[in-house]
Each structure stands twice: as C-alpha cells, then as structure tokens.
Design a protein around this ligand. Sequence first.
Ligand SMILES: NC(=O)c1ccc[n+]([C@@H]2O[C@H](COP(=O)([O-])OP(=O)(O)OC[C@H]3O[C@@H](n4cnc5c(N)ncnc54)[C@H](O)[C@@H]3O)[C@@H](O)[C@H]2O)c1
Length: 357
Amino acid sequence: MKRKTILVTGSSGLIGSEAVEYFDRQDHVVIGMDNNMRRVFFGPPGDTTWNLERLRAVTRNFVPCDIDIRDAMRIREIFKKHRFDLIVHCAAQPSHDKARDIPTLDFEVNALGTVNLLEATRQHCPEAAFVFLSTNKVYGDAPNEIPMEELATRYDYARPEHFAGVDETCRIDRTLHSLFGASKAAADIVAQEYGRYFNMNVGVFRGGCLTGPSHSGVELHGFLSYLAKVALSGATYSVFGYQGKQVRDNIHSYDVVRAIDEFSENPRPGEVYNLGGGRANSVSIREAISRIEQIAGCKVSWRYVAEARKGDHVCYISNLTKFKSHYPRWEITRNLDVILEEIVAAQRTQPAQTPAH
Ligand SMILES: NC(=O)c1ccc[n+]([C@@H]2O[C@H](COP(=O)([O-])OP(=O)(O)OC[C@H]3O[C@@H](n4cnc5c(N)ncnc54)[C@H](O)[C@@H]3O)[C@@H](O)[C@H]2O)c1
C-alpha cells in the first residue's frame, strides 16, 4: 500500500482525532491542524488538549500543528511543505445554538476556513481527495415537514416511504437553518463546486449525530457524550421541548472515518452523502437517558424546558442508501449499545469537567 500524506483539520476533535488514529495505524503520515478553538467556543469543558495529548501518546507518524483554518497564509505554508494525498476537513464551529452568539466568527471558521482549504488544495495538490464534514443542518428544519406520529417514547415518521430516513434530495433552501446551518450550507455548496466546477475529488458528508468516546462533550454540542458526562457527575440534564421524544441517529466516529477512507480510495467529484447511524442507531432523548442509566448504573437527573431549541429536528434519521450503493464495502460496525458503553467508559477516565447545569 502506498504511504500517503494526509491532512486532518480539527485533529483534536471527535472525528479529526479518530481520523488521525485510523490513518496513523495504517502507517500514513498524518499532519493535524487544530488550534483548540473548541475551548474558545465552549470554555474549559470544550478544551481538547487531553485528546491531543492522548494522540501524541498513541501515534507514530502524527505531526500536530497549531494553525487556525482562517489563516490562509499559514495554510499555504503547510501545503507548500507537504504534498497531500487526502484532506479530511473536520475543523468547525460545530454548534447550532452557539452560532447565534458569534455569527461572524461562526461564518469565518465554517465557510471561509473551508474555502481556504479547498483553494490551497486546488493550488498545491488538485488531484488529492478532499472530504468535507458537512451536517444535516444544511436541510434546516425541512425534515420536520415529513409527516410524523408521536409514540410512547419517541416521534417517528408516519408513512412507510419515509421509514429509511432523509435522503440527499431534501431541499436545502427556504428553510430555517440556524446560523450554523447557514454557514455550513455555504461551505457545503462551495465544496461541491470545487468538485463539479474544477473536477476535484471532493466529497461532502452531511452528518447526523456523530459521536464516540473522544468527544469533549458540552451542553451545546455532543449530545450523548454530554449526557454521559452529566449522568456520571450527578448534575442535571436539560431537555428542550418535544417531551424529550426528538430522535437522532448516532454514528460512531470510527464508522465515519471508515466512510472517509472508502471515499478517498474511490472518490466521486462533488458527491454529497448523508451519513449517520441510520434507523438501527436512532434514539430519542428519553430513550437515551434510560439506556445511559442502565449502562452507567446511576439515575440521570433531568429537567424539562418546554421551549424547544429553535429549528431543532423532531425526528432525523439519515438515509444511508446512496452511500451504501456507491461504497458497498462500508457498513455500520458499532451499534448504539456499544457506542454508549464506550462513551460511558471514556467519561469515567477523562479529566473531570463538571457540566454547568
Ligand atoms: N459531532 C456531530 O454530531 C456532528 C454532526 C454533524 C456534522 N458534524 C461536523 O463534523 C465535523 C467534526 O465535528 P466534531 O464533532 O469532531 O467537532 P469537534 O468540535 O469535536 O472538533 C472540531 C475541532 O476543530 C477545531 N477547530 C475549531 N475551529 C478551528 C479553527 N478555526 N482552526 C483550527 N481548528 C479549529 C476545534 O478545536 C476542535 O478540536 C465538523 O465540521 C462538524 O460540523 C459534527
């Protein structure tokens, strides 16, 4: 196998760190780009230094760089120094709710940062594969137009034709995105354009709930990780609206990186894929609380806030048919119980960061 040189942005975050470990294990050279901006967005509980230290300890060919993806000049320097075969772009302001407090910063990081990386790729290694981690929030609240029914512990799609979930034909405009959804949609469209207009090997993955043990979970981002953190610390979890019956589909960071690897081996320029845990890995907040209580062996204290988060999805399940048909070797390898067990185990060993609520 050819030894590749791979750039991972957001390398201390959930998906970035999984990508670093995965490609390092295959003996590729991995350059990481992360300036710990998650701490700027979310304060000390968002600090990713612990994860960077962990990566330094477990990797062999990983070179981390403290570079801001808004800084086009420093990005160019890195691209002049290395000829990348693959760029995995995970750095972002990742929170729907946080973006309303920092609209300019959110747009600069999510949209401008992405253009900086795409343009550096075009200038220096146009044949490289480039994977952009987009989000299901590019669909805004359009998925809420799907007819739903309220069940005992969750909402679900009311009609069989929607059972497999939301596919890539869902519209992305004329919908309420949140400013985060809008900045990611801008980046998503630009990334597609580098694929279609310049015929570069760019793939866009619209994530459902991406999760795993390496998340620095905070209330505003990292649902299951934060829930496990609250459960173990004895703090109180806030459930916002929909009686806690809103549904998310959860995918382990390892399965996300496996999908990135499949795409990079056989890229399709400008393609867009929904990527989440699918129906089998879907769970409502109420159901997640019960399962975490069983796994962690403790009662979760939670309070109900009647007002839902603005633009929140009532039931979102990623339809994985397109990705599976293009990359039939790929499958979900970690079910929800395995994911939750890993997250709870990791929370027991991570440095204690008591949640604010
Ligand atoms: N986690 C999810 O549920 C989810 C869902 C859908 C889409 N996504 C997308 O997947 C990607 C990865 O998400 P994640 O959960 O790993 O996020 P994360 O917050 O865990 O990781 C992102 C990393 O990027 C770094 N970063 C932020 N701004 C930066 C900047 N200006 N320069 C350099 N580094 C910067 C942060 O410090 C952090 O370590 C993001 O693009 C996110 O929008 C995530």
